[in-house]
Design a protein around this ligand. Structure first.
Ligand SMILES: [Mn+2]
Length: 463
């Protein structure tokens, strides 16, 4: 490949010097002898001559040139150079660099094209600038913690974006599980997220705010900001997040990028900027974090998310992500499910199933969801005993029905309950459930639920 770069200044040379080494030979043609000298001194291949004289180009042998690039400020000069080049070589491909769109003249010359400088700048420089910025951020992050223990605190029900970000932060710090544990005041509950931490071998510890401050440990928050937490956190060392800053907070270091679809994107940029190749495990976690937070790059994502996704993709384990997204059910739970189905009774479109003792909590909402596929079912109510807690999941097909309200009325006084119109959940300690209802059974749950659903339906019908 041979480029001919025609320019008034050495700016184009600085722009293209890397390209030359990587993909093509570039011959620079300038008018000013001083500019030619500067380019030559810096190792460029340069000719000097009158840009409007035929003989200048004849010496260059245009038929060897694959691509001519014209970068001159004066529009008139630019047009005359282009015309001259076209007269000398009918098949020469010419690109004109222009500062704005208005400069693009109508032309039926198919081998003549225009490139907008802002576009070029973006393509070549934007990632570079971002890398410089990100490198500075990483330096700062690495300087924050010294030898102290660092807790990486996530939201109450940690999601893949938070988990991926936490792993990346630990990696950036060159730390391990013991010195930099990932913690939450709550716990991971979603089945896919549980599958993620199991398959990627991620440990997330439950912690109290007392323990958080023991022995002067440091505190880093990813994918969440201090005001999210009910209790004051004390000194926060780091916050990296993509949510909007709703309430002001203080932190020694904060990087909030609300235009980004995921915090994992920010961490991917950090890694890329410092030339750190992610391990398969880390890449998989980050990729899955971006994927879930942006609904596969559709919701609130931008170019940065797409770039991060593209960067991570070759490193990640795609088969593992498929397994995370479709967690397998344990055999015993499947059997419990089968038994429950054979007992299924329908009252006024309400299907109630009590599965008894089960291992995996996520089977319960899955089963409630499944009930809605049975003919005539409008409400699916599924309960199970998970260790010493009664878990009840409700789904319905209606639009005016309020699953969340009903569950709150029935169970919020003895446990935690909530949800929205078509989807709700209650978790009640076994002993408290027994105190109120006597026993845990299909019968008890059905009676309580049916009454409430009937009431609610009448209300809706009248209201
Ligand atoms: Mn997020």
């Amino acid at each position: 490949m041979q480029y001919l770069a025609i320019s008034e200044y050495d700016l184009l040379f600085h722009f293209m010097r890397n390209v030359a080494a990587k993909q093509a030979e570039v011959l620079f043609l300038v008018q000013d002898p001083a500019v030619a000298k500067r380019i030559k001194l810096q190792g460029g291949n340069v000719r000097q001559g009158d840009l409007l004289k035929e003989e200048t180009y004849k010496k260059i042998k245009l038929h060897h040139v694959d691509q001519a690039i014209v970068f001159v400020r004066s529009k008139d000069l630019q047009e005359r150079i282009c015309r001259l080049l076209r007269n000398l070589d009918r098949s020469l491909s010419i690109v004109v660099l222009t500062a704005d769109k208005a400069e693009e003249p109508e032309s039926d010359d198919k081998l003549l094209s225009y490139l907008q400088l802002p576009d070029i700048f973006e393509e070549f420089c934007a990632t570079r600038l971002l890398d410089i910025l990100n490198r500075k951020k990483v330096e700062r992050i690495r300087s924050l913690f010294g030898e102290d223990k660092v807790y990486i605190l996530l939201q109450h029900d940690p999601d893949p974006d938070a988990i991926g970000s936490a792993l990346a932060l630990r990696e950036l710090l060159g730390r391990n599980r013991a010195t930099t544990p990932i913690v939450t005041f709550g716990e991971v509950t979603r089945p896919e997220n549980l599958a993620m931490i199991r398959l990627l071998d991620v440990q997330i510890d439950r912690i109290t705010d007392n323990d958080l401050r023991k022995n002067g440990a440091r505190l880093a928050l990813v994918d969440v900001q201090p005001p999210y937490f009910d209790q004051p956190l004390g000194r926060v060392d780091l916050v990296v997040d993509h949510h909007p800053k709703r309430t002001p907070f203080k932190a020694r270091f904060a990087d909030l990028r609300t235009a980004y679809g995921a915090t994992s994107t920010i961490f991917t940029e950090y890694l890329r900027a410092i030339g750190m190749e992610p391990s398969q495990r880390l890449a998989t976690a980050l990729l899955y974090g971006i994927k879930t937070d942006t609904l596969f790059l559709e919701r609130g994502s931008n170019l940065a998310d797409l770039n991060a996704f593209t960067f991570l993709y070759p490193f990640a384990n795609k088969a593992l992500i498929t397994r995370i997204e479709r967690p397998a059910l344990p055999r015993e739970d499947l059997e419990a499910l089968g038994r429950a189905l054979t007992r299924l009774q329908l009252d006024n479109g309400v299907a109630v199933i009590h599965m008894g003792e089960i291992n995996r909590e996520d089977v319960i909402p899955q089963m409630a969801e499944f009930c809605l596929q049975i003919e005539g079912v409008e409400w699916g109510v599924v309960s199970g005993l998970v260790k010493d807690r009664v878990v009840i999941s409700v789904r319905n097909v209606g639009y005016v029905k309020s699953a969340g309200e009903i569950m709150k009325k029935l169970y919020d006084d003895i446990g935690s309950a909530g949800g929205h119109r078509s989807m709700a959940k209650a978790v009640v300690p076994l002993d408290r459930f027994k105190e109120k209802f006597g026993e845990v059974s299909e019968k008890v749950i059905r009676e309580a639920m049916l009454r409430m659903i009937a009431e609610r339906d009448t209300e809706a019908a009248h209201g």
